[in-house]
Ligand binder design. Sequence first.
Ligand code: ADP
Length: 431
Amino acid sequence: MRQLLSKKKVYTKLVLLYCFMALVGFISNSLVLALLIFTIALLLWHYHHLFLMDKWLWQDRKLSPPMADGIWAHLFEGIYYQQRKDRRKRRELRNMVRRFRDGVEALPEAVVVLRDDWTIVWSNQLAQTLIGLHWPSDEGIRLDNLIRHPDFQQYLAATNFTQPIELPSPVSAQRTLELHLVPYDIEQYLLIVRDISHLKQLEQVRKDFVANVSHELRTPLTVLQGYLEVMDDEHLPDKAMWKKAHNVMLDQTKRMELLVQQLLTLSRIEAATKVPFDNEVDVPSLLATLEQEAQALNHDKQHQISFAVDSKLKVTGVSEELRSVFSNLLTNAIKYTPSNGIIQLSWQRQPNGAVFTITDNGPGIALQHVKRLTERFYRVDEARARNTGGSGLGLAIVKHVLSWHNSKLVINSEPGKGSRFSFTLPPELVL
Ligand code: ADP
């Protein structure tokens, strides 16, 4: 705390100065004149400092005060300290506001500050992306002029903001937004907007998945039920009929078993958090076994299948999972290529890792399907795929297993010419 000006000292000094001037006037025989001159000089001195102060406060940009002495030096110093304190406070306040804004900018939600008449006070950057607000030109504009969806107008009118509402984004109809108004302070509102498109998609995927699984299981069950219903005690089928029915029922149960098995594989892969990567996988011997199995599978179709396998190329990974990748891709090539096709499988060491390729001269796949092949239950031709006994989960499993092994399935295909499925296991997994 600075010391106050001492009134006693000031007045004593003034009285002493007047006494001195009176003495000078008395000696020079002009007492009144001396006192008048001194008073005028004193007045001018004060005015001079007043003007100095006026210039300092209104014109000079400097913080430091002008040179002065006596009572004025004390005053200038006081103003100077006050200004410094104000400046520091303002700086602190600015920093606080900046920190607050940076914090709001860093939020994953769009935030808009509103008055109770719904005019916009402030918004963060994300609000521009999600609801198309332009800052600062939209300051003072009513929010319901920007978001014109009738549900939002109703939400505002109802004035019950305990629950958020979901709306398509005014910027892009493909995006779904969740908007929540939160009252705060006096007559102020915060609008918090979240992009929930991803959640919506996941919800849709889940719904589709349940619908697909039920559908896939119901089809073979309906067939079984149909046969069982006609085979009661009174209507026992003859031997030929029974043989046919038995084969169909066996096929359908196998199909259900495959489906359940693949679903379990998929959920096991998805649920696993840590992959035990310390296993050596002898891919050449694994492919040799698959080659034998393929001969049996190829019995009806009589494709020409060739294997070009680097017999020393082993990798680190999860053997059982990699086996299902090779097996799925090979089985698909055999299944979907019409009889007497040509299928080439290759497993070779390349500078960028271990490369697996399987090429067929089958029907090929159009580009719009290629992009979606690894989705669960996605099939190019439902009827054909079902006849081949596929579950529609094979390539989804391939995709997941490869992503575990830091790799990606690449599909090159041209309708009418054939397809090539390939992937590269990165060098760190190659032994
Ligand atoms: P599925 O069990 O039905 O075979 P997949 O996930 O393994 O399921 O394959 C998905 C779809 O991709 C198949 O239904 C088929 O339409 C297509 N497909 C896969 N491999 C080939 C291929 N080599 N040639 C042509 N189409 C293929």
